[in-house]
Every structure is written in structure tokens, then in C-alpha cells.
Write a protein that binds this ligand. Structure first.
Ligand code: FBP
Length: 700
């Protein structure tokens, strides 16, 4: 017992040190709130102006021309700084405005700074300007639930992650009624402009609202948000207009830090394979950036797998002078074989552990699954339309859903009809595990998207991997390589001659090898003894010498996994400096677009992939980026998502470093330690590595 008397609890709680360490306000928070992001040069001027830039061309979808006539002719707009404006322009620029802003879709780090930038610019132009924030996403617009943004709100949330200030939601403004309600709210609040901070679907909403409110003079501006990084805009000539959506860098850095820690842990206790699923509903941009940040042993990139060609089938068909279409595209079976190949190779060099990164949306790129998703989307949509009801409420249980599919399959057979679901589909579907059937049949989100984050992708893939590894183990192929010096030491200490037993036990015995692999036939103690007897090393009735048995046991592999999902954690992370600066400048861009009369434009920063001094705020015409896509079984006009370009420098670099990072050789691992997100100091790279690499294409 110490001689010191402790204070009564009541006094203890009042103690300044206790108050300091238990306060919600810590040093990191203070520093974040105080940080003033630098602004692009054009925003250092008192005013800004817009200039149409016809240099950038787009291939316009005919349906977009039909559905969005008022905004289809928009051009890319450059923002320029102005010391002064002509009187009439100045009046327009500085007129008193009401602007509404809404967060839509999943949170992304930096959202609060869009509000901060917009707020600061609006107040600078006219202190009477008002910014309203709609609560809980698009529902806030439909129900006119809004709060006025104030200095103190901005100060409280500046440079902080999440969408906590306003919250968010995923409601799609997809009916005439919702359009009318949105317009009504804008009119009630006397809004001059509405700002939609969202992903591809939300920017699609922005374009339709802009079209609808065009005659009313209510401007609509979109902001490219999503950690998935799938809003990347290039024009028809490949010029990059928006290199990445905001939130991507932070989420990738947060995932990378956690995954890099797993690399450190697994290479310390050398017993687990860590399976890390990372968010990204369809595109694998996050997985690619995580690969560059961490050098994890294996990173699957969905877009790459889609290009897969089964060489064996391809060559066979070529010899026969035919085309075998089944040789193109990857199946789950191929995919699991590829992963097993890496695991077996690492084990052979003594590393029965590692880290695998799997993008959340990988199944979208696996042929057989993609076909199921498309077919089931159509079946569910058709059912809802024909019966004017909801498939999931009518068939709440998996068994009910399966019975409905069986009925469709029976119908197709009985009537010999062409059907979207035939008996072969039904048989294949019944072959997959129940949890996966449930996943594939689960309710689509409000935009009709398949909800990959709810499917246990890793479980599906790793189930197949485990099965195949067992087969490889039974065949004697999946074995742990035995370190040369360990083998020699073990046998010598036990009084045995390593050079005598080496050729008997190993298939690659050579003093120069760093790792020895037990012969494939030695898959059990029984087979070990048999081999030794056959080789005359021991007699039938002898026992296996202890050092040899020890070596055998060492070579036996167990495939032990730990499964992780990185998504919501990174999405809620406080933004990196890159995202803080990017989003604050996006907010300033939004105001410039509004004050200069733009509508249906997406605020963006050109040259993000370059040094900050070269960043150029612009407006991108949303309508020009739209195309037809299958949603809820129907073709809809939506903003085109950008997936990983397998010809990009970033992907090509990852591809060529794959073997190095797999480290399936007698060598050290090649892990990289990105460390946690560092808000202060200079040690963190100032933009995503993917962007740094892709930028080289332009300058080489
Ligand atoms: P957004 O496209 O709306 O930004 O959301 C992306 C995302 O974070 C995906 O990576 C993930 O699949 C999905 O949201 C999860 O959605 P939910 O929040 O509805 O679970």
C-alpha cells in the first residue's frame, strides 16, 4: 500500500489533470479546428469569374440529350480570379443569396470542409448570404428539414471527418413526386441554389434536379464525393478533369495503416493469413492504393480479373481452330486457384502467413456471379412491376425466394420458353452456399445497386481457397519449406548426418538451397516411415528418428485465417491534409460557380495529381458524363462510374511488383509502413500514390 491517501472521488473528478485527460477536446482536435487550409491562387482575389472552355470534348449520350435539354450544352468552365468586376457583374456576384447544401450517400472524409469553404466564400461575397444544411440526406430536402449554418457550426466541424454536422442518407430523388417536393422546399426556403455533395447516383440526381428547376432559376451544383474513388472524369481525348473524388485518400490511408499493422503482426507470429476486404462497391481503386501503400502480399484487382484468359482452354481452342468463349473471364474456381498458388509458393519458402487484400466489389468482375446479379436484378424488378408490390416483403425467407426461382425454372422447362431463369441457372444457384444465396438475393439499395458491403465476399472466396488447399495438402504440394541451417542443426544435434537423410527426405536437396521441400509422397508419418524404409534408412520395425520426425512436423501446414473488413472505419476517419485542402477548395469552387450563374455543373479541381500550386478549380458539365446503365432491371441515365484502368501506370506498377510483394522466395517480405494519418508534420505523402503514378503518363 502506498502511504499517499487518494482524494475523494468527487474532488478527484474536479482535479485539473483528470479534467484535462477526460475532456472531449484533446490537442489533435484543437489543432484540426485551428488549421486553415491553403486556397488556390484564383481564390486569393476578391472576386471570381467563369470562362467556358470548349477545348474539352465529350461524347454525349442521345438519351441525355432527350432527357436533359436545358443543361446538355453546358461546357467545362474555368474559374478565374478578378481584382474587380464591372458594376452589373459585381452586383450579381454579391447579391444576397440563400444556398442549400445536402450530403448524399455514404460519408466521406472532408465533407465538412466543403461546407466551410462554401460558407466562407458566401459570407465574403455578402455577409447576408445564408447557407442552409439539409438534415439526413435527400430526405431533408423532401421534408424541408434544414438548419442554418453558422460560424460556430463551421468552427466546430472544420477539418473533421464524417458527415456529423448534417448526417446523410441514400434516398434517390427518382419520382415526379419527389422532384416536386424538392422544388417546393427550395421555393419555400427561397433558395437560389442547391448543392448536392454525393457520388455518381447523387450527381445524377443533381443533373435531373437542375433540369427540373432550370425554368425556376434555381441552380444545382454537384460535388464529387465517395471514398470509392470512382468519380474520376476525363474528356473524350483523355484529359483528366477530376482525378479522384474526395474522401478516397483518407479512407485508403486509414485502411493502409491498419493493413500494414497486420503485415507487421503476421510476419512476427508467422501463423496467420489475414484476409482484408476493403470497401469499394464496384471499382477496386481503394484496393489498388492500399497495395501501393502497404505492399501486402496479394492484392486482387477486380478489373484485372475481368480480363483474365484461361490460357489452357485458349491454347486448346486455338489448336482446334475454334474460339472457346468460356476461356475468357474469371470464375470463382480460377480465382481460388490463383490465391492458392501464391499461398503454396510462400509456404515453400518458409512463409505460411501473409496478407491478402480483396476489394469489396470483386464479385462484380467474376463472370458467373455477375450473371447471377444481373439476372436476379431483372427478376426482382419485373416481379415488383408486374405485381405492384415488393419481392422481399412477399418472399421474406430465403426458402420462399428459392421456391419462386424454382417455379420460374420449371415454367421455362414446361413451356420451353426463353426464360431469364432456366433449370441450369437454378441448379448452379443451388450449388452455392446458403449465406451466399442470401447475399445475392438481398434487397438492392434505393438506387438499385447491389449491396456488396453486405455480402461476405471474403467468406465465399476463402471457402473455396480452403477446400483447394486441402486437396493440395493431400497431394503433398502445400508444405512448409524447411530452412537449410535449421535442418542441418536439428539433424546434427540429434547425431544424424544431414547429407545422408537430405536426399531421402527432400525433393530439392542441395546444400546451396535455402529451403528444402519434403517429397510430395510424404503426406503423413506413415508415408515418412515408408519412404525411409524403402530407402534403407531404417528397418521396418524401427521408429522414425526424433530429429527427422521433428522436421516432418515442421513441414506440415495449417491454413489459419483472420478475416477483416475495412470500410466504415476509414470512411469515418478525420481527413488527411490532402482531403482537407481539396474539400475546402471545392467549397470555394461551389460558391464561384453559383455566384457566376452556373447550374448542373460539378465543382472540381483540375491537376489534383500535381503539386498544389498547379490546382485549377473548374466546373464540369454533369449531363455530358451521363450514359445508360442497368438499374433495378431497367436502363437508366446515370453518371458513369470510373473503374480501375488496367492500362494505367498505377496498375501496371502494381502488376509488375506483384511477385516482389508476394515474396515467395527465400527473402525478406517487402512490406511498406505508411503509418497513421499524420495531420501535422511533413512526413506523409501529399496526395494518393495512384495519382502520383498516373500523372507520369502525362509528362513522360
Ligand atoms: P458512396 O458511393 O455513397 O460514397 O458510398 C460508398 C460506400 O462507402 C461503399 O464503399 C460501400 O459499398 C457502401 O458505401 C456501403 O453502404 P452503406 O453505408 O449503405 O452500408
Amino acid at each position: 500500500m502506498s502511504g499517499k491517501e487518494s482524494l475523494p472521488l468527487e474532488d478527484l473528478l474536479k482535479h485539473p489533470e483528470v479534467q484535462k485527460v477526460t475532456s472531449n477536446i484533446n490537442q489533435e482536435l484543437v489543432e484540426r479546428r485551428e488549421y486553415a487550409p491553403p486556397v488556390c491562387k484564383v481564390f486569393t482575389y476578391p472576386y471570381s469569374a467563369l470562362k467556358d472552355n470548349s477545348k474539352f470534348r465529350f461524347v454525349i449520350d442521345n438519351e441525355a440529350k432527350k432527357q436533359l435539354p436545358n443543361i446538355i450544352d453546358n461546357k467545362v468552365q474555368n474559374i478565374t480570379g478578378a481584382e474587380d468586376l464591372e458594376e452589373s457583374l459585381k452586383e450579381k456576384y454579391c447579391k444576397k443569396r440563400n444556398i442549400g447544401i445536402v450530403f448524399s450517400g455514404g460519408p466521406a472524409p472532408g465533407g465538412h470542409n466543403v461546407i466551410a469553404g462554401l460558407y466562407d466564400a458566401a459570407k465574403k461575397a455578402n455577409p447576408e448570404n445564408k447557407i442552409y444544411g439539409f438534415l439526413l440526406g435527400p430526405d431533408g430536402i423532401l421534408e424541408n428539414e434544414a438548419i442554418e449554418i453558422t460560424d460556430s457550426l463551421v468552427d466546430k466541424y472544420k477539418n473533421l471527418g464524417g458527415f456529423t454536422m448534417l448526417k446523410t442518407g441514400r434516398t434517390k430523388t427518382d419520382t415526379k413526386e419527389k422532384m416536386a417536393l424538392s422544388k417546393e422546399t427550395c421555393k419555400k426556403l427561397n433558395l437560389d441554389a442547391l448543392v448536392i455533395v454525393g457520388g455518381d447516383d447523387s450527381n445524377t440526381n443533381a443533373a435531373f434536379l437542375a433540369q427540373d428547376m432550370f425554368e425556376d432559376g434555381i441552380q444545382v451544383i454537384g460535388v464529387p464525393k465517395t471514398i470509392d474513388g470512382d468519380i474520376q472524369v476525363k474528356d473524350a481525348d483523355g484529359n483528366i478533369l477530376c482525378a479522384i473524388s474526395f474522401g478516397f485518400h483518407t479512407a485508403a490511408r486509414a485502411f493502409a495503416n491498419a493493413i500494414s499493422n497486420l503485415c507487421t503482426d503476421c510476419s512476427s507470429d508467422v501463423k496467420y493469413w489475414h484476409i482484408c476486404k476493403v470497401m469499394g462497391r464496384v471499382a477496386s481503386h481503394l484496393a489498388l492504393e492500399v497495395a501501393l501503400q502497404t505492399h501486402a502480399n496479394m492484392t486482387l484487382i477486380g478489373e484485372d480479373l475481368a480480363d483474365y484468359i484461361d490460357k489452357r482452354r485458349f491454347e486448346k481452342a486455338k489448336k482446334e481452330g475454334i474460339t472457346d468463349y468460356s476461356a475468357y473471364g474469371i470464375t470463382l474456381r480460377h480465382l481460388s486457384r490463383m490465391i492458392c498458388d501464391g499461398i503454396v509458393k510462400r509456404a515453400a519458402s518458409g512463409k505460411n502467413y501473409g496478407v491478402i487484400v480483396i476489394p469489396e466489389g470483386i464479385l462484380e468482375f467474376v463472370d458467373e456471379i455477375q450473371i447471377f446479379i444481373v439476372k436476379l436484378n431483372a427478376i426482382i424488378a419485373e416481379y415488383n412491376q408486374t405485381h405492384d408490390t415488393d419481392f422481399h416483403s412477399d418472399f421474406p425467407l430465403l426458402e420462399d425466394k428459392l421456391e419462386y426461382l424454382r417455379r420460374l425454372a420449371r415454367l421455362s422447362r414446361e413451356d420451353n420458353l426463353f426464360s431469364i431463369w432456366n433449370t441450369r441457372d437454378d441448379d448452379l444457384f443451388n450449388d452455392i452456399p446458403e449465406f451466399f444465396q442470401e447475399g445475392l438475393l438481398m434487397e438492392r439499395d434505393s438506387h438499385g445497386n447491389f449491396q456488396f458491403s453486405l455480402v461476405e465476399t471474403d467468406k465465399v472466396i476463402m471457402g473455396l481457397v480452403k477446400n483447394y488447399l486441402n486437396i493440395l495438402k493431400e497431394k503433398g504440394i502445400y508444405k512448409l519449406g524447411i530452412d537449410n541451417s535449421y535442418y542441418r542443426k536439428t539433424l546434427s544435434t540429434g547425431g544424424l548426418d544431414p547429407d545422408y537423410f537430405g536426399p531421402i527426405l527432400f525433393k530439392n536437396y542441395d546444400k546451396e538451397e535455402e529451403f528444402f521441400l519434403l517429397k510430395e509422397s510424404i503426406i503423413s508419418k506413415k508415408m515418412l516411415k515408408q519412404t525411409m524404409v524403402n530407402e534403407g534408412a531404417i528397418q521396418k520395425n524401427d521408429i522414425i528418428p526424433a530429429p527427422v520426425e521433428k522436421i516432418y512436423k515442421k513441414s506440415v501446414t495449417k491454413f489459419k485465417t483472420q478475416v477483416h473488413f475495412y470500410g466504415y472505419d476509414g470512411r469515418g476517419s478525420d481527413p488527411t491534409r490532402f482531403d482537407c485542402i481539396y474539400t475546402y477548395n471545392l467549397g470555394l469552387t461551389v460558391f464561384s460557380l453559383i455566384a457566376n450563374g452556373a447550374t448542373s455543373q460539378m465543382a472540381a479541381i483540375k491537376n489534383l495529381e500535381m503539386d498544389f500550386s498547379r490546382w485549377e478549380p473548374i466546373g464540369i458539365p454533369i449531363a455530358s458524363l451521363m450514359h445508360l446503365e442497368e438499374r433495378k432491371g431497367k436502363l437508366s441515365l446515370v453518371l458513369e462510374k470510373s473503374v480501375v484502368d488496367v492500362n494505367s501506370i498505377s496498375f501496371q506498377v502494381v502488376k509488375s511488383l506483384r511477385d516482389k510483394w508476394l515474396a515467395a522466395a527465400p527473402c525478406e517480405n517487402n512490406y511498406r509502413r505508411p503509418g497513421p494519418i499524420r495531420f501535422t508534420g511533413k512526413s506523409e505523402e501529399d496526395r494518393p500514390i495512384t495519382l502520383v503514378l498516373n500523372a507520369l503518363a502525362k509528362h513522360s
